[in-house]
Design a protein around this ligand. Structure first.
Ligand SMILES: [Zn+2]
Length: 315
């Protein structure tokens, strides 16, 4: 199938939301057909850009290296020192093959709504326990916003509770409110046309809420929130604070709205319910990071898999 829209997209250098497709499964399999190809990629990425020459720590100069025959390492031609490309990465000490790790990263990066451990177990042919452990490692060590710059520009902020809506068994408004209050609160912050960040906060009231906003958003920002009271003190911390009056039934007033962050919440909740069913509060933050990571990775220069790979190679 080929149509004018696709023709237009081909010449459009900006990445579309379906950017995962720019590194297809077929390309992935061709690039990484076995463990050796994966190891070679790590070796080139971390030590030897040309695949053959690297700085030898023992010779203290650049030397030619060759692949060690029976180990996952490369050997200095001159002094025999072994260099292990997996050392210090999430793959070190794992008994799971490097190609399966790469494939797991590919699936987690490119599956839009997230992938369950059960699904990964089937895809990789490993045990559920192994699939679960791999996902946790990839999620907590590679899919984080640690070290990223604070958000800036036009930033929408909103909060939501995680873990179900009040039910009809909560007959009074007070009961429904108490139910909501007992659930973890997720604060979402998003740059219009840019990055998102989500944080589990201790309370949707007062200090925890405004502190989290200040910790994640640059002061030279225009904030957009609804009229929830605890947002009010933020007016002082930012160049402007525009408020949409949700309690009066208003949702959009010109460019004053929080639709972008609400859209992110919607996708995240749908995806998490589908892929993970129940998420315990202790792990909620790392799952939020995973969804935020995918949202933020969409428009980057490298494919989403490549971004994960570069992260593990260089941290
Ligand atoms: Zn050497």
């Amino acid at each position: 199938m080929y149509n004018v829209f696709m023709a237009a997209n081909r010449n459009d250098p900006t990445r579309k939301a379906s950017s995962a497709s720019d590194f297809s499964l077929v390309e992935f399999m061709q690039t990484y057909p076995d463990d050796s190809a994966c190891l070679d990629r790590l070796w080139r990425e971390r030590y030897a850009p040309d695949g053959h020459h690297a700085q030898c720590p023992r010779c203290e100069r650049e030397r030619k290296f060759h692949r060690t025959k029976t180990r996952a390492s490369y050997t200095c031609d001159s002094c025999g020192l072994h260099v292990h490309p997996m050392k210090g990465t999430i793959f070190e000490k794992s008994t799971t093959s490097l190609q399966l790790w790469f494939y797991a990263m590919y699936l987690m990066a490119s599956t839009r709504c997230g992938i369950s451990a059960k699904q990964l177990e089937r895809e990789l042919g490993v045990t559920y326990k192994t699939a679960h452990r791999m996902m946790k490692k990839i999620r907590t060590e590679l899919m984080t916003d640690e070290g990223d710059e604070p958000l800036s520009g036009d930033v929408e902020v909103d909060e939501t509770s995680w873990g179900g809506k009040p039910r009809s068994t909560h007959r009074t408004r007070a009961e429904a409110a108490a139910f909501r209050e007992a659930k973890p609160t997720v604060l979402g912050m998003v740059e219009r046309g840019g990055r998102v960040r989500a944080r589990v906060i201790a309370s949707r009231r007062g200090v925890p809420l405004s502190r989290a906003v200040k910790a994640n958003v640059n002061p030279s920002t225009i904030l957009y929130t609804d009229d929830w009271r605890p947002y009010r003190p933020l007016k002082r911390g930012f160049i402007d604070h525009r408020v949409i009056n949700h309690s009066a039934g208003l949702y959009v007033d010109g460019d004053v709205h929080t639709n972008t962050i609400e859209g992110f919440f919607g996708n995240m909740k749908t995806g998490m319910r589908g892929a993970y069913k129940k998420v315990s509060p202790a792990y909620l933050q790392s799952y939020l990071n995973e969804y935020a990571w995918r949202y933020n990775a969409r428009y980057q220069r490298h494919s989403m898999f490549e971004q994960l790979l570069l992260r593990t190679a260089h941290t």
